[in-house]
Design a protein around this ligand. Structure first.
Ligand code: NOJ
Length: 710
């Protein structure tokens, strides 16, 4: 018998349920139910894993309790929300999505994993793979944006970065693909709300990033808080046991979200802890995070015949297998190192700066950027200019906000000769107008104003939905007072989501989405302002003009009455345009690029074949820069109406001025398949349009047709 079966045979029911119980330590608060002292529970074998617990000494001592003082000496595993870095904080995931770079996505995950492992962690609750098309939802900041193909590429890169090829390696940590499923479709953008999505949308939009994470080997999955059509995901046997475990063959562990099993009561599908525990276990949830329902309810559920011993054993097996894959049975202290690696810390800061600068999306620029060397007098205005504690954004791991570089500091360091006046003008959310006059005064004599406005870190992330994603507090008054002066205003927008500010986009000399960029925020912003870095970030979400357009995304369908502003009976608004403020993929550069010569390797594609799509990119600008080229398809006639554009590929060209490069993108016939009438993937014969360009703006794309033969 192998180790797991031997252990299982020796375990009491209580010890088994202990392995299914994950408790929080009190180092961080990430949910509504607060932890008590866990020491006794560990000694008694009633806890299988601890989260919100890190630090070599602490982890070593806690692990010692498990492997020396419990009857069966089964090691714990330690977990934490390492979402965009552990100690060195990188940009928030939505900002990183703007990189369109699998290589950088993987590198930041790798560095985060190394730091996490050094701190004794075995598992990170990441990547967050919820496709989100509603900026009201605060958690849009934690995910990959609106597109399932992009989300899938991020999923793979992150899983590889965290886990490496060998999950047992001392510097590898287990990934947790979350939140399964359709959490991003929360109705009205209100966190935790129901998602009433069709099976088709599940197949086409919400499932693919999870399938990609699984294919990359993700060790664990976390079900989402929401219900899908009335069945909470924590109890959703059809989508968990059926789709995830059955169809996708997931053989890792399923870890509930925080208190989610007990929340089956307020959801209205369980009457007590016994029913809740039974529903979750039967659905395929192996571990109970912080709800206590398994401990309180599983013994009775077993007695009443609501669950079987086999079902409990099976869940325990999955948890023990995870511990085995993590190498914990061989050395329970393998991820605890006494001395953090100082050399790497400096390297990581360099990477954090590079990635942060590349995550910035230059939304508008009327020629003011990069800053002219003649701009000597600079007024830095706004409540986010020197806001050290806001720079990391939500879920900042064990990162210290005190170590973040503010925008003001970054600009001062980059422009030592400039005369820099700084006035906050107002506060982010609460301040009044009293400081605006001083800000106007400082701006009046300046060559250029850097206006630093946006959201506080706590305004996005979990439980941070906003009905009006605009500038909070009195920041609009401040902005308008400064804009009225006629001095060029460069706006640096700190936010975890697209903010709807059409007036600002119209009036500012330039606007850059600077998200929450992490520890190196200020340096990264300065790098882009000065032109030391030529901006290359691209929007991973469609940026709406108005909250009334939400949900807005490029993968919409044509409808029977396609949008036409000049025709009455068409799909549009009568008060605002139906088009977005900025399309998916939008992002300006200091170079200009021209795309030409779209060439396809064949006019026809059959199953098993791969089409090569070539396009020439020329840097027609005056400085070196990087362009991202996107490959879309459109299937004009199919058994199920297809989206107007579907993203299928991306490639980058880094070019000196005047230089050109032929980019080559591969498109496998299978990538043209879609969920058919029976929801199974189908590749249909017919014409497919191939479209290539830099953003999801149909009129700008180069296009050609191919025929698919099956
Ligand atoms: C709740 C969040 O939904 C989830 O993303 C997180 O991993 C857990 N809390 C643990 O903190």
């Amino acid at each position: 018998m192998d180790r797991i079966e031997t252990l299982l045979a020796a375990m009491t029911l209580d010890e088994k349920i202990g392995q299914l119980t994950m408790m929080s330590s009190n180092l961080a608060v990430t949910g509504p139910v607060l932890p008590g002292d866990v020491t006794e529970g560990i000694r008694a074998g009633r806890i299988g894993s601890l989260f919100n617990h890190w630090g070599p000494e602490r982890v070593r001592e806690t692990q010692r309790l498990a492997v020396e003082e419990t009857r069966l000496k089964i090691p714990l595993f330690f977990a934490f929300d390492v979402i965009h870095g552990h100690r060195t904080i990188f940009p928030i995931p939505l900002a990183e999505a703007a990189l369109f770079s699998p290589e950088l996505w993987e590198r930041t995950a790798r560095e985060a994993a190394m730091e996490a492992a050094e701190d004794g962690l075995d598992l990170v609750f990441s990547p967050m793979l919820d496709i989100a098309r509603d900026p009201r939802w605060g958690r849009i900041s934690e995910g990959p944006g609106e597109d399932p193909w992009l989300g899938s590429r991020i999923a793979e890169a992150k899983v590889h970065g965290y886990q490496t090829a060998d999950l047992a390696a001392p510097d590898a940590v287990a990934a947790c693909a979350k939140h399964y499923l359709a959490y991003g479709a929360a109705l009205a953008g209100r966190d935790y709300n129901s998602a009433d999505v069709s099976d088709h949308a599940i197949r086409e939009v919400y499932l693919p990033p999870f399938a990609a994470a699984l294919a990359a080997g993700a060790a664990t999955v976390m079900p989402a808080f929401n219900d899908v059509a009335g069945v909470p995901m924590t109890a959703n046997a059809r989508l968990l046991r059926g789709t995830l475990l059955g169809e996708l063959g997931f053989d890792g562990a399923v870890i509930s979200d925080y208190n989610a099993i007990m929340e089956l009561l307020p959801h209205g599908v369980a009457g007590d802890a016994v029913e809740a525990a039974a529903l979750a276990l039967k659905a395929g949830v192996d571990m109970d995070m912080m709800s206590g329902a398994y401990a309180a309810g599983l013994p009775k559920a077993l007695e009443r015949g609501l669950v079987t011993q086999d079902e409990i054993d099976d869940a325990v097996r999955r948890v023990l297998r995870l511990k085995q894959r993590l190498g914990l049975f061989d050395d329970p202290y393998r991820r605890v190192v006494a001395v953090p690696d100082a050399f790497h810390a400096a390297e990581r800061r360099r990477l954090a700066r590079e990635v942060a600068a590349k995550s910035i999306v230059l939304l508008t620029n009327k020629g003011v950027l990069p800053l002219a060397t003649s701009a000597k007098r600079i007024a830095v205005i706004g409540p986010l200019a020197d806001a050290r504690s806001e720079m990391l954004g939500s879920w900042a791991g064990a990162g210290r906000w005190e170590e973040a570089v503010t925008i003001l500091e970054g600009v001062k360091a980059a422009l030592p000769q400039a005369e820099i006046a700084y006035v906050p003008g107002t506060e982010i959310e609460t301040g009044g107008d009293a400081g605006i006059a001083a800000a106007v005064q400082a701006a009046r004599g300046a060559d250029v104003v850097l206006l630093c406005v946006g959201e506080a870190a706590i305004m996005s992330g979990e439980a941070a939905s906003r009905a009006r994603p605009e500038l909070p507090g009195r920041q609009r008054n401040l902005a308008e007072a400064v804009l009225d002066l006629g001095v060029p205003v460069v706006t640096l927008l700190t936010s975890g989501r697209p903010l709807m500010l059409p007036w600002l986009f119209e009036r500012a000399a330039a606007v850059a989405a600077t998200w929450f960029l992490g520890h190196e925020a200020g340096h990264a912003v300065a790098d882009v302002l000065t032109g030391a870095v030529n901006p290359s970030g691209r929007l991973p979400v469609t940026w709406p003009r108005d909250v009334g357009q939400v949900p807005i995304y490029f993968g919409e369908r044509n409808t029977g009455r396609p949008t036409d502003p000049d025709q009455h009976y068409t799909s549009k608004y009568i008060d605002i345009p139906a088009t977005p403020q900025f399309a998916f993929g939008h992002g300006l550069s200091y170079s200009r690029f021209a795309l030409s010569d779209l060439r396809l390797s064949a006019p026809m594609l059959r199953p098993g074949e791969t089409l090569t799509v070539e396009v020439t990119v020329t840097n027609t600008g005056a400085v070196a820069g990087e362009e991202t080229v996107l490959l879309f398809i459109h299937d004009p006639v199919a058994s199920v109406a297809r989206p107007l554009l579907e993203l299928k590929g991306m490639a980058k060209a880094a070019l000196a001025p005047g230089r050109k490069q032929v980019l080559s993108l591969a498109l496998a016939a299978e990538a043209l398949a879609f969920p058919g009438l029976d929801l199974k993937p189908v590749l249909e014969a017919g014409e497919i349009e191939i479209l290539v360009g830099t953003r999801a703006e149909r009129s700008e794309l180069l296009s050609a047709m191919i025929r698919v033969e099956v």
